[in-house]
Design a protein around this ligand. Structure first.
Ligand code: APR
Length: 179
């Protein structure tokens, strides 16, 4: 599913973030950048041990929630990995929506700074961090749309959804947004 916003496009795909042929992929990291399961585990496995070495050397203090940092991509064919730290869901009363938006925005800024024309995101915070999928879909897509309409780059933002449920939630939110 695709939706055009000015000269830019948001694309939804079902699949694995590590299999994407884009300039940058986004990792769903934690604030210590210590690795984990889910997206984080898949990316580190695919990229190889050099990625963790680089991450620890460059960012010994980790990364704040709502922000992101850039590394190279080890064995993966993309140019960069942006390690984003989404919020842990605490019922919606702890600023989660703003922190989620901020994590997406920071990745898009990194994409522009690194001259990336295409970037692929997983559904940040919707796994181990427990953010409800429908709410995450709405906030993630509206944040990206706003950025694209203002900045007119990157050309392609792809959301890579792991299963039918998350794909459906993002598809409904994207459809509602473009009505
Ligand atoms: N490709 C795309 N999406 C994936 C993949 C994959 N290979 N693996 C899991 N997902 C989906 C999950 O189904 C979920 O919808 O990505 C979404 C995000 O899930 P998590 O990876 O658990 O990320 P998050 O909720 O942000 O939690 C981050 O988990 O692995 C740890 O170190 C990480 O502590 C951090 C926390």
């Amino acid at each position: 599913m695709n939706e055009q916003f000015g000269s830019c496009r948001i694309e939804l795909a079902q699949g694995d973030i590590t299999a994407q042929q884009v300039d940058a992929i986004v990792n769903a990291a934690n604030s210590r950048l210590a690795g984990g399961g889910g997206v984080d585990g898949a990316i580190h496995r695919a990229a190889g041990p050099k990625l963790m070495e680089e991450t620890f050397t460059k960012f010994p203090d980790g990364c704040q929630t709502g922000s992101a940092v850039a590394t190279s991509a080890g064995r993966l064919s993309v140019k960069f990995i942006f390690h984003a730290v989404g919020p842990i869901w605490r019922g919606g009363v702890a600023g989660e929506a703003d922190l989620l938006a901020s994590a997406y925005r920071r990745c898009l800024e990194l994409a522009v700074d690194h001259s990336c024309r295409s970037i692929a995101f997983p559904a940040l915070s919707t796994g181990a961090y427990g953010y409800p999928m429908d709410l995450a879909a709405e906030r993630s897509l509206s944040t990206v749309r706003e950025f694209l309409l203002e900045q007119k780059q990157p050309e392609l933002v792809r959301f890579v959804l792991f299963d039918g449920g998350s794909f459906g939630a993002f598809a409904r939110a994207l459809e509602a947004m473009s009505e």
